[in-house]
Design a protein. Sequence first.
Length: 198
Amino acid sequence: MKRILLCAALLLCGTVSAQDWGDLLKKVATEAADKVTGGKLTEAAIAGCWNYAAPAVKFEGDDLLSGLGGTAMESTVTTRLEKAYALVGIRPGAASFTFTKEKTFTAVLGKAKNLSGTYAFDPETHEIRLTFDKTSKFKLGTLTGHAYIRGSELQLLFPVTKLVEVVTELGSKVSSLQTVAKLLEKYKEVYLGFAFEK
C-alpha cells in the first residue's frame, strides 16, 4: 500500500524521468534484499567512504504515511534541513563518513574536521551507535540512530531531538532546525539525518 501511495505521489508531482524510476526501483530492491538477509546487506555495505549528498527523512508508523500529506511534509522538512545544515557547513562536497570493517569511523561534518571514533551496528534493528573520541573539541559522546542502504545511498538517521543537539554542538543554535523540531514534535517515529553516496 505504501509503495502504491509513493508511486501515486510521484505521478501527481509531474513527469518522472526514466532515471528517477530506475533509482526508485533500485531503492525498493535493496530494501527488499536487506529484509530477506536480516539487515546483513547493510552491515556488509556500510564499510567504505561515503560523501554527503542530501538530508534524509524517514517516517515510520502510519500517522504520516496515510495519505499524500507525508510526501508534502517530507519535502518541507528536507528543504528546512538543507538550510540548517548549510549554516554549520554541511553540504555536498564538505561532509563525509568513512567506516572500516574494524568498526572504526572518521567523519568530516562541515566546519567540524577530523571527527573519529568507533561504531556498532545491529543488522536486525538497523541500530547504529557512533561513539566519538573524547579528544575531539566537540562533546558528541555516543550517538544512537539507524543506518539503511537504499539503492546506492547510505542513510544515517537519528531521532529529531538528538539531531538538533548534534547540529547545535557542531555550530550555533540553528533556528531552521528548531522549526523542524517544532513541526515534528507530535510525531514519535520520525527520523532525520543524512544521505551519503560512495
